[in-house]
Design a protein around this ligand. Structure first.
Ligand SMILES: Cc1cc2nc3c(=O)[nH]c(=O)nc-3n(C[C@H](O)[C@H](O)[C@H](O)COP(=O)(O)OP(=O)(O)OC[C@H]3O[C@@H](n4cnc5c(N)ncnc54)[C@H](O)[C@@H]3O)c2cc1C
Length: 351
């Protein structure tokens, strides 16, 4: 039954993606929405098919929305504005952004974020800014993490659903050529006035909600990295078996085979970790490990391919953008700090 469900879902995804004329992330989102495929039903299938067809920036644009922003909205009470916009987005009719990383603080230190949401009797007034937000310049709605109390405490935060066309919202791109299709950019909020129904969930639950969903985002990132590794390893293997070296092919050279095998081991390490995700700390281990393994695989493939890896859209460029796997959604240093804090849980009882 599971195989049939996966096959049916894959077919829906393939048909939808094959119908997209170009590489515009809005078209991709809409096609998946039309096909009722914007779910976390089978993230491996979805991310593998996206990775096979589109540049990194376009896949990123879908990945962040589907793994975090959309589930947070759909978790809101049925009938709430947040839930209704979640339904519109899941039909592919609205693009979302998830804006946590703050202009006033290190991205790894969410408790220090400076964007404020002042709660009045009938509304919310938002001030501050967010940086390096996927879909910032393309989204119809941004889900913004803000503080409603000054205390550095887990319960000082809330989520606000901000229409990007509201007066006082400004979006500007963060990059020129890199991460094409991701719409990555910076958002600023200057006395943005919204009615209370733009609150998503209860004030004080902002970080708890984020923690509940961030593990899915990390799993999605790992499944995407796994698909990327397999694709690049397959292409590299094909090139090695045809490229001549010393009267035979490169693949016949033992040193080259060993280097390739090492990269394959790294790729399988990602797959193995995806299987055992039970807790938030597991998701930190996954995040830190995937970033390292992916970089090793892409670096080795780039070296094995030689100068060809610098062709437009080649592995060298992919590796440069894929460095974000060690930064976006949780920098490796911050993950390692969290892992060290949970050393007893991870090592278990000695008896
Ligand atoms: C392409 C891209 C897309 C992104 N999309 C989004 C998005 O959609 N939404 C969003 O909210 N954000 C997004 N981000 C931002 C991303 O989540 C942040 O960049 C990330 O959280 C790290 O924050 P920072 O860049 O401020 O680095 P910092 O937190 O300042 O980290 C800098 C360095 O310090 C190290 N470090 C940090 N904390 C510790 C610690 N405790 N111990 C030891 N070392 C530490 C880090 O490992 C890193 O090497 C995106 C970023 C990129 C590059």
């Amino acid at each position: 039954l599971l195989d049939t469900t996966t096959a049916t879902y894959r077919q829906r995804v393939v048909d939808a993606l094959d119908s997209v004329p170009g590489g515009d992330s809005r078209d991709v989102w809409r096609a998946l929405g039309d096909a009722r495929a914007l779910t976390t039903e089978d993230l491996r299938v979805l991310l593998t098919e996206l990775d096979a067809r589109f540049p990194l920036g376009v896949v990123l644009s879908v990945c962040v929305q589907i793994a975090t922003a959309l589930p947070i909205l759909l978790d809101a009470q049925s009938g709430d504005l947040a839930h209704r916009i979640g339904e519109v987005a899941s039909r592919g009719e609205a693009l979302l952004a998830l804006a946590a990383t703050d202009a006033a603080a290190a991205g790894s230190d969410l408790m220090e974020l400076g964007t404020t949401a002042r709660l009045t009797d009938d509304g919310i007034v938002l001030d501050g800014g967010k940086r390096w937000i996927t879909n910032a310049v393309t989204a119809d709605y941004a889900l913004v993490l803000a503080r409603h109390r000054p205390q550095r405490h887990f319960t000082s935060f809330l989520w606000v659903l901000v229409p990007t066309g509201a007066p006082g919202v400004l979006a500007r791109p963060a990059t020129g050529a890199s991460f094409a299709g991701s719409g990555v950019g910076h958002l600023s909020f200057d006395s943005v006035s919204l009615s209370r129904d733009h609150l998503v969930g209860r004030p004080g639950r902002g970080l708890a909600v984020f923690a509940r969903h961030v593990a899915t985002e990390r799993l999605a990132g790992a499944l995407w990295a796994s698909a990327m590794c397999r694709r690049v390893l397959r292409d590299t293997h094909r090139a090695l078996t045809t490229r001549p070296l010393g009267g035979r092919t490169m693949w016949d050279n033992d040193a080259i085979r060993q280097r390739f095998a090492r990269a394959l081991v790294e790729s399988r390490r990602i797959d193995a970790l995806c299987a055992g995700l039970d807790s938030l700390v597991d998701s930190m281990v996954l995040k830190a490990s995937v970033a390292d393994s992916l970089d090793r695989v892409l670096a080795e493939c780039a070296h094995l391919l030689g100068a060809d890896s610098f062709a437009d859209g080649g592995v060298a460029q992919l590796r440069s953008e894929a460095t974000m796997f060690g930064i976006a959604g949780g920098a490796t240093g911050a993950m390692l700090a969290g892992i060290a804090d949970h050393v007893d849980d991870l090592l278990g009882d000695p008896r």
